[in-house]
Design a protein around this ligand. Structure first.
Ligand code: ATP
Length: 371
């Protein structure tokens, strides 16, 4: 096994965890960079929290190694690891003031009392709670309590902060505010954040990189853009948002492009690797918002995919309108912004759908689910 580079804050090498016969995490390899906002994203039960708890030291892996800045901490006690965890339930001490709640983090780490005031004041300024030092937790709003929990976890300057659905208890509006707050705080301090969430929008909005997990495995790691625009497996594609996914029989391979053909000038074009050949069946995807819709006849681009079909359904969804179009390749969803001029596109209209080559992805088969 290779050693982790020094700018890697957290390394997981072949880390697995079983509970009885259930494999919660399966041979996970991860490298989280120093100063990165890294999210573990996936549905309930996919192993996100177990992964985080192993990094924190609350759970021992059955196999593999965990390194923090290159040091093997697999067998190190949680309180000896330079990481802190923030939970959905903030676990603040109700009888203590905000100041003392934050000071608790310093006391636990035996930081000399003389340093407390300066560090606590600086941290309360960063989380924008100055002036509230003497209040008790019950005198604060949910968002303010979450900030106290953050301040307490960050006041020790941990090498990494592990956050387990920290905004789960907040209402949607406050959640959005706290998302940008968290991001600001992370940027300001430059601390590595490992963030667990099942909310794809949240992960896409906040993260530098995301690991999408399914049934104990990471299916894809990438930037929000990479994950959104080029999902590599059907699971990632489906989990990250609505999209069109369908099978294409390759009619020909031209250079690095695989082309599926359907009647007169209708085609699906996708950039393919060298392993795709004519007559192969591949599974491709395109996001609904990338599909352009025009009533027939329409002048359409020479390159990229082009399908003719009939509108089966038009649904107004506030910001955008969704068109469901039956084509020879598949039923394709197309999302257009509400302010586009598309009054001619009503149910039953024949339309041309087009989208650029780089907006079609090939989906790999999902890895087998561990037993
Ligand atoms: P959620 O978003 O619901 O918290 P998660 O992705 O964080 O889900 P984990 O909490 O890591 O999932 O759990 C992964 C799997 O391991 C689940 O099937 C869970 O039931 C199981 N599991 C977790 N902790 C234990 C435990 N202490 N004992 C037995 N099974 C466990």
């Amino acid at each position: 096994m290779s050693e982790a580079p020094l700018d890697t804050a957290i390394t997981l090498q072949g880390v697995s965890k079983r509970f009885g016969s259930h494999v919660a995490v399966h041979e996970l390899d991860l490298g989280i960079q120093d100063g990165e906002f890294f999210s573990l994203l996936g549905p309930s039960g996919c192993g996100k929290t177990t992964t985080l708890r192993m990094i924190a030291g609350f759970e021992l892996p059955d196999t593999g190694r965990i390194l923090l800045h290159g040091d093997d901490v697999t067998d190190t006690q949680p309180n000896k690891r330079r990481v802190n965890m923030v939970f959905q339930q903030y676990a603040l001490f109700p009888h203590m003031s905000i100041y003392d709640n934050v000071a608790f983090g310093l006391k636990m780490n035996q930081i000399p009392k003389g340093e407390h005031r300066e560090r606590i004041t600086a941290m309360l300024r960063i989380v924008e709670l100055e002036g509230l030092e003497r209040r008790r937790p019950r005198q604060l709003s949910g968002g303010q309590q979450q900030r106290v929990a953050l301040a307490r976890a960050l006041v020790n300057s941990p090498a990494a902060l592990l956050l387990d659905e920290p905004l789960g208890a907040l209402d949607v509006k406050l959640r959005r505010t706290m998302q940008s707050e968290l991001k600001r705080i992370q940027r300001e301090l430059g601390t590595t954040f490992v963030y667990v969430t099942h909310d794809q929008e949240e992960a896409l909005a906040m993260s530098d990189r995301i690991a999408v997990m399914n049934a104990g495995r990471v299916e894809q790691i990438g930037s929000p853009r990479e994950i959104y625009d080029h999902p590599e497996t059907p699971f990632v594609a489906d989990f990250i948002g609505s999209l069109n996914a369908f099978e294409v029989v390759v009619a020909e391979v031209v250079g690095n492009l695989a082309v599926g053909r359907y009647g007169d000038g209708e085609r699906v074009v996708v950039a393919a690797g060298t392993d795709v050949r004519a007559r192969d069946t591949i599974r491709v995807s395109v996001r609904p918002e990338q599909v352009r819709i025009d009533p027939v006849p329409a002048s359409t681009p020479e390159h990229g995919s082009r399908l003719v079909g009939e509108i089966a359904e038009v649904v107004y969804l506030g910001m955008f309108t969704q068109f469901k179009v039956e084509t020879a390749a598949a039923t394709i969803l197309c999302h257009r912004l509400a302010d586009e001029e598309l009054s001619a596109c009503t149910s039953g209209t024949r339309v041309v759908l087009t989208w650029p080559v780089d907006q079609t992805s090939i989906l790999a088969a999902a890895p087998p689910v561990p037993s």
